[in-house]
Design a protein around this ligand. Structure first.
Ligand SMILES: *[C@@H]1O[C@H](CO)[C@@H](O)[C@H](O)[C@H]1NC(C)=O
Ligand SMILES: *[C@@H]1O[C@H](CO)[C@@H](O)[C@H](O)[C@H]1NC(C)=O
Ligand SMILES: *[C@@H]1O[C@H](CO)[C@@H](O)[C@H](O)[C@H]1NC(C)=O
Ligand SMILES: *[C@@H]1O[C@H](CO)[C@@H](O)[C@H](O)[C@H]1NC(C)=O
Ligand SMILES: *[C@@H]1O[C@H](CO)[C@@H](O)[C@H](O)[C@H]1NC(C)=O
Length: 765
């Protein structure tokens, strides 16, 4: 197999749950697509992986038909030719995997699985979908630095699997762009029309229509590689010039999701087509709950893409802040967490006693603050679903149980005559404020801690109208500190499916992100038409990383996906704009399971000095150690593969740019190998930062390179002192930095008592 070049797998899982119908709210219910055909009885859609047909020529266009015939031959015969069989094949795959999706009953499936060449079948699930400011916040400036050095990503094709695209949006104009590279074979299906920016649009969902009825795909595509658009704002806020991370790159949209979510067989079909068309990087702002990698079509398809050198960037999920909530955790994927940017849509709640609390709102009514209003809060009606007293003219304080205030509460306050509303974050969300457009009433959303103080003041005044408040709207503020802060909804490690590799990998902006929006999709009840919108999720963080990967592909076309991921992780930033360690939603120091290696820093990523490389061989050996030979065959699609040939690499020993070891009595040693991609002659010294309970020894402590691409191996021995090993879940975190004159190559070190201390490699085969 060729080396795996794909590091970037951003699967943006979920949109933040919101109450309005215009926002994606994909509920993970594992729903299966049921056949509507009576004839098939209790049939459902299966993804069936099979061997490649004999004499297949991977790059022969006619070969599509040969594959299809081979796939049809697995279906129960109708005797009368392929017509019936052919109509039952929903997708035929031959790019990232070999196989097909079809609707089958249980007994049909049993028959299919007995045929020679059958590898594996699984019932598909439905998985959820999970700026003007962010380029500047990430240090990307026109005519300078990385953008200039990477020619804005010119010539690179970014593929997104999403909800379709509004091809007429100004972000997808192609002024000044060259045609796509000669290797590109993609095309645009209606109603999208290709230009030199948008070079591919295909639909794999039922309507066979590439338009975006949701807005999600247009937004993520704009974030990854939208063209410069001047004079952009949403609702008059966040004004500026909008651009994606790689504004010079080409875009290809593979529509695999609708407003109801994304069926796995469609996702796999999109990935398959993208790889055949010739994309350079794949972006997935979608994903399901954790399942073993050999039962996860996204992980399996991405293995095929990464094996061909295509990084796959994936959203980590929106199920935080609970631990073990990650999606898309396979080590060959690039798993992205979401953080804030230094921008606030300021709506300050000012109390009659002079105290002020900074909240946020997308609806800014500047006249509102010209007077003070009675402040109302009642424990009996704290969710504001109904009112039993006269609240006419009052500012009402409401609790919420959802990240975004429910429209029903806003309506209830309005109907009862309320003048304004202050929404208090649910406790779990801490300081993360997810805003959404709602014009019904002047409002502010405040952090839970601030809400407690506002309620206290309101309750004291309950017997009279003595206690008042107003909301001061102050538009868009930038340079807000601290930033970035991890968003509460961003899913957390450890990885359930691969507990020995620390995840997520990296954090990027995903809270209240402004990007392209289809003007025909209204964002509030008034149906206001806008073409830029502010939404949140790891879905939004993902295309930021995808665009940066595109820039790196331009500068380092021969780097593997693992090399690109390593570069982005080891150069990431660990401090916020206040100079403190990046914090989580509660303003505590964020753990590696929360933020990953750090916050992405494109300027540094393009010049990492050293990389931790990995290829398909290493991943195969890792799969053998973790899951065994049957899984190896399923994931690689090679039914002749054996673990005797592939070897075995225990999770902790995988050459990952982050280190995770078990907590146990004896010291634990892992080996790592770095490749010199900096100056040919360079010398690095190991620096360790670790808490008192953790001892880290690096051997050798100096690495001297004489040549470009030279490799050096070192051992890291970690011990965690007794006491730390007591009952309960113990996690200790340190950092290894290789420092040379001009580079710092940083890896997180996590010691976790929940990781099995015996590597599973021994007993697996
Ligand atoms: C979908 O559209 C493409 C391109 O317009 C066309 O070739 C194909 O036959 C259509 N498929 C279906 C199922 O309508
Ligand atoms: C595709 O869908 C859009 C929006 O739903 C609709 O306006 C358009 O007519 C459709 N186009 C085709 C070719 O079906
Ligand atoms: C509610 O209060 C407002 C202002 O205090 C008053 O004008 C209005 O008549 C009251 N409504 C009812 C139904 O009592
Ligand atoms: C409003 O913004 C201005 C300018 O950014 C700032 O000086 C002022 O303090 C802000 N006021 C409030 C209430 O936040
Ligand atoms: C680590 O490297 C050393 C020296 O090359 C070797 O002896 C040892 O077996 C390696 N350990 C593992 C776990 O691969």
């Amino acid at each position: 197999m060729t080396s795996m070049a794909c590091i970037v797998c951003v699967v943006a899982l979920a949109f933040v749950l919101t109450a309005t119908p215009t926002t994606l709210c994909y509920v993970t219910d594992g729903a299966a697509r049921q056949s509507t055909s009576q004839r098939h009885g209790a049939a459902r859609t299966y993804i069936v992986l099979v061997e490649r047909p004999a004499h297949a020529h991977a790059h022969d266009a006619d070969d599509d038909a040969a594959h299809r015939r081979w796939h049809e031959s697995f279906l129960p015969g109708g005797g009368g030719g392929g017509g019936d069989r052919s109509s039952r094949i929903r997708h035929s795959y031959r790019g990232v995997v070999s196989g097909f999706a079809a609707t089958l009953t249980g007994s049909e499936l049993a028959a299919v699985s007995r045929r020679p060449g059958f590898v594996h079948a699984f019932a598909e699930r439905r998985v959820p979908l999970m700026t003007t400011r962010s380029p500047g916040f990430l240090g990307l400036m026109p005519d300078r630095g990385v953008w200039k050095a990477a020619s804005y990503g010119e010539g690179v094709v970014v593929g997104l699997l999403d909800t379709g695209i509004d091809a007429t949006h100004p972000s997808f104009g192609d002024e000044g762009m060259l045609p796509p590279p000669a290797k590109w074979t993609g095309a645009c299906q209606p109603p999208a029309r290709c230009n030199n920016k948008l070079v591919g649009a295909a639909s794999f969902v039922h309507d066979n229509n590439t338009s975006d009825d949701v807005g999600h795909g247009t937004h993520t595509a704009g974030t990854a590689a939208g063209h410069f658009v001047d004079g952009v704002s949403a609702f008059g806020l966040a004004a500026g010039t909008a651009a994606g991370m790689a504004p010079g790159a080409h875009l290809a949209m593979y529509k695999v999701c609708s407003g109801q979510g994304c069926f796995e067989s469609d996702v796999l079909a999109g990935m398959d087509a993208a790889v055949k068309d010739g994309v350079d990087v794949l972006s997935l702002s979608l994903g399901g709950p954790s399942v073993p990698f050999d039962k996860d079509p996204i992980a399996i398809g991405a293995f095929g893409a990464v094996s061909k050198g295509i990084p796959v960037v994936c959203a980590g999920g929106n199920s935080g802040p609970t631990p073990f909530t990650l999606s898309n955790e396979a080590p060959w994927l690039f798993t992205v967490a979401a953080g804030s940017v230094d921008r606030s849509f300021r709506a300050t709640v000012r109390l009659g006693n002079g105290e002020a609390f900074d909240g946020e709102s997308l609806s800014q009514d500047k006249r509102f603050s010209s007077k003070a209003y009675p402040l109302y809060y009642s424990q009996g009606t704290n969710y504001c679903d109904f009112f039993d007293v006269n609240i006419t003219g009052a500012v009402v304080v409401c609790d919420t149980e959802t990240p975004v205030p429910p429209t029903s509460s806003i309506d209830a306050v309005k109907e009862a005559g309320g003048a304004g509303v202050v929404f208090v974050n649910e406790a779990d969300f801490g300081y993360t404020i997810v805003v959404e457009k709602d014009n019904s009433l002047p409002m502010s959303q405040v952090a839970a801690a601030d809400g407690g103080k506002i309620m206290g003041y309101a309750a004291m005044g309950s017997s009279s109208a003595a206690h008042t408040a107003t909301i001061v709207f102050n538009s868009t503020m930038v340079g807000v500190k601290p930033a970035p802060v991890v968003a509460a909804f961003s899913s957390r490690g450890p990885s359930a499916a691969g507990p020995g590799v620390p995840k997520p990998d990296i954090m990027a902006p995903g809270l209240n992100i402004l990007a392209a929006w289809p003007s025909m999709i209204p964002v509030d009840k008034e149906g206001e038409s806008i073409n830029f919108n502010v939404i949140s999720g790891t879905s939004m963080a993902t295309p930021h990383v995808t665009g940066i990967v595109a820039l790196m592909k331009k500068m380092h076309p021969d780097w593997s996906p693992a090399a690109i991921k390593s570069a982005i992780m080891t150069t990431s930033v660990t401090v916020d704009n206040d100079g403190h360690a990046i914090m989580d939603e509660e303003h505590r120091k964020a753990s590696f399971y929360t933020v990953g290696a750090g916050h992405v820093d494109p300027a540094k990523a393009v010049d990492p000095g050293l990389i931790y490389d990995l290829g398909a061989h290493e991943y195969a050996a890792y799969i053998c150690a973790l899951l065994g030979e049957a899984a190896l065959r399923t994931i690689t699609g090679d039914s002749g593969a054996t673990c005797a040939a592939a070897g075995s690499v225990a999770e902790a020993q995988l050459n990952y740019p982050a280190i995770l070891v078990p907590v146990r009595a004896a010291p634990f040693t892992v080996n790592r190998t770095v490749t010199n991609v900096g100056p040919a002659t360079s010398r690095y010294t190991a620096h360790v930062d670790a808490p008192e309970s953790m001892t880290v020894k690096v051997e050798p402590a100096e690495l001297e390179f004489q040549e470009a691409m030279e490799k050096k191996t070192f051992a890291v021995t970690v011990s965690v002192s007794a006491g730390a090993g007591a009952a309960g879940h113990v996690v200790a975190e340190g950092t290894l930095r290789w420092v040379s004159r001009d580079h710092v190559v940083r890896s997180p070190i996590v010691a976790d008592s929940s990781v099995a201390s015996n590597s599973r490699s021994a007993q697996e085969f």
